[in-house]
Design a protein around this ligand. Sequence first.
Ligand code: SAM
Length: 235
Amino acid sequence: MSAGTFDAAWALAHDIPGWLTPDQARLLWDTALAASPAPVVLEIGSYQGRSTVVLGSAVAQTGGRVVAVDPFVDDWKYGSPLTQGRFEAHLQRAAVADRVELLKEYSTRARPTWNSPIDVLFIDGKHDVWTVLDDLKWATHVPDGAPVLIHDCFSSVGITLGVLTLLRPGARLRYRDRAGSLARFEVGSPGMAGRLRLLAEMPWWARNLGMKVLLRLRLNTIARRLGHDSPYDPY
Ligand SMILES: C[S@@+](CC[C@H](N)C(=O)[O-])C[C@H]1O[C@@H](n2cnc3c(N)ncnc32)[C@H](O)[C@@H]1O
């Protein structure tokens, strides 16, 4: 496996606990690699570094850097007092620590004082609608035409409700495509076509919420018959 390829980056990231699928890692890799030379990638929500390692490996090819914004919350699902140490160890192991600057802070607290350009924005932090609405405001630092990626975009109530505000007049993010529920937007007026593309994903969102309900009710067999062959939530 050659160094500097997606396969090499994924080999370093795939066993780090997290929720990023190989297709989604590939989308992050391709997007970061296609960004301007020496890009600044801002990641909201890093956990143990699965996505950070992919992004850090991509920007290492073009002289860029990743700013990882995460307060490392201590909760039942997304972290413990050990998370930051694991994150740092994973970056060291992947030899991307020198590409990543950690901003240990809640995205909503870091945003009001942030004042420099961002070439790629990746949102994967807190999933409630209020935080998502605030996280979308980081896109004011992203230039026209540049990418904004949102994880769990069509598999979480809070995120999807936040993203649906992009249907309003004057919105500045245009939906392009997705890998699973990792959605890629770009900065710019969505127009009618962009709005319809986003609306067309609503049946997929409803399907994912339905699967989550079935899994909560321990009806995994029915979920499997309906095409969700995993004990984990769709993402
Ligand atoms: C779903 S995990 C991120 C997964 C990571 N991107 C990966 O690929 O493995 C969510 C992370 O968001 C962090 N988080 C929670 N609230 C946050 C906030 N307000 N700002 C930034 N990060 C937050 C949590 O500490 C957790 O590490």
